[in-house]
Write a protein of this length. Sequence first.
Length: 445
Amino acid sequence: MAGQSALLAAALAGAVLGTTAGDWRPWSLVAALLGLAFVGQFLSVPTGRVRIGPAFVATALAMALLGPAPAAAIAVAAMLPWSLKARTPRPLLFNNVVALTTYAVAGGLLFKALGDPGDAAVAELSTVLIVFAVYLATNFLNFLLIVGYLCLRDRTSLIAAVRDVYLPVVPWEIATGTLTAATVVAYQELGLVAVAMLAVLLVSYRHLLRSVVAVERQRDELREQVEELEALHHGVIRVMVETLGMRDRMTARHSAAVARFSRATAAAAGLSVREQELVHTAGLLHDIGKFTFPDHTLTGVRLTEEDWELIRSHPQRGADIVRRVRGYADVAEIILCHHERIDGLGYPRNIAGDDIPVLARLLSVADCFDVMTARDSYRATIPIEAALAELRRVAGTQLDARFVEVFVGVVMGSGMDFRHGDAGELEAELGGRAGGRSAYRPSRR
Ligand SMILES: [Fe+2]
């Protein structure tokens, strides 16, 4: 408060000492700039934490064409009614008065020191450069005075504020600085007509700016909605997999392993991040169709021909369930085809070769490997080396030979942990998804 008062006193002293009676003339220009500043406050557009608008242009013109005291008077007089109407808190209002007075007087004095731009004797180019430079410098000073106070009050970083709040509006400052410089030069020829043209330009520019800001806001809202929808989707999938895990730990662990192996294989095969996440999700859900089966079929002990018939329906059942989640048609398609074979002898559709979706062919490799090597599998487990040899043996008939080789390469060379984890494995795979960092985004179809 004491610092602000001292600054205000210094600015007022500078205004008194640096201003002559002639600086207040012509009165028509004082009135025009006051009007422009007043309307400019009204037309300002909030962008993030600051409002930008034409009021600064009016003040800058007053600094250049009038003098320190008229510039400060115009800046404060234009701001006060709006601040009072908005019930700006007193300390903040006082700081705004200090900031506007200080920067306007500083600008006015700078113009006097560098050569009066209103003086026809000063060359046009140097006028433009001086106005432009003083405009940018004083605006930054104003920003520091206003935001610096807020940073002190809220104990936040001024450097961060400059980076996050000031730098994004620099293009606007450059544009209005150029406009101000051009208007100062034009004023010497055209008088108030130049100010009127500037006003028209600023109003239409402000209209454009508001549209841009509105579009950005809509984009942010839309992004938020999409993220919420994705979180909802992931929640639904998570509930499905966790429910399966509660009923059948073996299938849940297997699903987590297949998801992990499939993503690693997809990455090694050079597939896109989206495909990697897609096949990971499909891995988690590929046996979800078994959820509907009676308990004894899950253990795989003493199954009848009818039981096998039922088990063979799990790709279709799983796909039917997952397809109901909007945006998961691609995942459902992989689930439907994960027991198809390259030679066409698989099920349920008996499709062959390239007719089988690429990611279903990839997932089949991981699926077979895990069934062969998992401790909890209902078949006898075999060592990893033997399992890889078996994958190679059936490459080209049962499995896609390309993905078998990629998979073998991943297991042999990656150092990835292909031992079978415990019950926590499912949680780890779901956790990776819930983080959302690289989670599969449902297609918008
Ligand atoms: Fe399966």
